[in-house]
Design a protein around this ligand. Structure first.
Ligand code: PMT
Length: 400
């Protein structure tokens, strides 16, 4: 259930911090990628070295990394996460979260997080029972956070009562159950195209474009995180798919992408065409490197590449969903609607390379989703993983 999920594990300063090590191991064993954020007090109870060895990532505690001076962005971290789990959560951190007191990395990350937040309190019974703690927990519930109630038992003070952090296995179960409900693509097969295509000019040169693959890979990761079996047909990119349920077919040219897509699409429930496919290929690529020492500047004749989305649109079965992208510099709406209809898409995602933070290579994008009915919705600038979420939410509304 947690395979490929991004989890922030927030650790506060309490004796139960030792249990976070087990929780971290359980998350990792379940296939999650975990980033530990620890409060300064948390480090008094458990060392960052232990946590970074298990998570495979440096532990974040301060706003700045002391030796490099580099800034740890709580905003990026908050957007990266599929879930934030704060275990143990002390009375002090719960109070700060409830009241927006952002004086450490953990609370600032919490305030920036868009993902569901799970809070596992751990403290002495009287602290837990105090009206201030109870009021703050109630505020967190009202904010939509999930409180994992502490268990009763012997506490660090040797008093017996409610305040023991829930056992790591049970915290794992709560998070897993939450995501089980979010597995709306379970049993579905989704094809995603991503990246650019390279059209050979000669053995050392090609016609390409600026696509990094980030948008298409974010879609593939999000589909897989929601339970789909994903076939990702990728042009040449320097990023890699992380989720183990993503089967990557690497291609170079538009013709290769077309052949792979035609092969895979019949077994799919949906296809999302995010690749920036070259519309033209070189008619006769040279088998030898074209030399500069020619008398004349060579003329390269082009031929039209197959339109992959249109070919899939023509063969689409009833119930199959086909999603296209439109990358437009001018007349975005009109051009996108023309592509939506001509390619027989179910909806199209319009974006522009002219907008700051959108289109090629950026980590963010700003899109407008246009439906067959002509209705459309504009979304704000956001992380490509969150854009992927919006696109898949719309796709799910249309999925039979
Ligand atoms: O990879 P990134 O750096 O993250 O950048 C993301 C992106 C800008 C590449 C992405 O968001 C995007 O806009 N992808 C589509 C780019 C594109 O080729 O748009 P288009 O308007 O030219 O094509 C329209 C649709 O037809 C697209 O779904 C495209 O995949 C498809 N197409 C186009 C040409 C072709 N020969 N075959 C196709 O299937």
């Amino acid at each position: 259930m947690l395979k490929g999920k991004h989890i922030i594990l927030g650790i506060c300063g309490g004796i139960a911090a030792y249990k976070s090590v087990y929780l971290l191991r359980l998350f990792i064993k379940a296939g999650a990628e975990v980033q530990v954020v620890i409060t300064p007090a948390g480090k008094e109870f458990i060392t960052p070295v232990t946590l970074s060895s298990l998570s495979g990532k440096p532990v974040i505690s301060e706003f700045f990394t002391a030796n490099t001076g580099s800034w740890n962005s709580h905003v990026d971290l908050g957007l990266w996460a599929d879930a934030m789990v704060i275990a143990p959560a002390t009375a002090s951190t719960i109070g700060k979260m409830a009241n927006g007191i952002a004086d450490n990395m953990l609370v600032t990350t919490y305030l920036s997080a868009k993902a569901p937040v799970f809070v596992a309190p751990a403290m002495d019974l009287d602290m837990f029972a105090h009206p201030s703690t109870q009021r703050n927990l109630q505020l967190l519930r009202e904010y939509g956070n999930h409180i994992i109630e502490p268990a009763s038992g012997e506490l660090a003070s040797h008093l017996v009562g409610k305040g023991r952090m829930e056992e790591p296995e049970n915290i794992l179960k709560v998070v897993e159950e939450f995501f089980a409900k979010g597995q709306d693509l379970a049993g579905r097969h989704v094809m995603v195209t991503a990246g650019p295509t390279h059209e050979k000019i000669d053995p050392v040169r090609f016609i390409g474009n600026y696509s990094s693959g980030k948008m298409g890979y974010a879609i593939a990761e999000e589909c897989a995180a929601r339970g789909a079996k994903v076939t990702l047909i990728s042009g040449p990119v320097s990023i890699r798919a992380k989720h183990t349920d993503i089967n990557v077919i690497s291609v170079e040219s538009a013709q290769e992408m077309h052949d792979a897509a035609m092969n895979v699409f019949p077994s799919c429930d949906a296809a999302i065409m995010c690749a920036a496919v070259a519309d033209y290929a070189v008619e006769t690529p040279s088998t030898h490197k074209i030399k500069r020492e020619h008398d004349e500047v060579p003329v390269i004749r082009l031929k039209k590449n197959p339109d992959i989305a249109a070919a899939l649109g023509a063969m689409k079965r009833d119930g199959q969903i086909l999603v296209g992208f439109a990358l437009e510099t001018d007349n975005g709406m009109a051009n996108a609607i023309e592509k939506l209809n001509r390619k027989n898409l179910d909806f199209i995602v319009l974006n522009s390379p002219n907008e700051p933070g959108a289109g090629f290579m950026t980590d963010t994008n700003r899109v407008t989703i246009i439906n067959r009915s002509g209705s459309s919705r504009e979304y704000g600038l956001k992380d490509k993983r969150l854009v992927a979420r919006d696109i898949i939410d719309v796709m799910m509304e249309k999925m039979p």
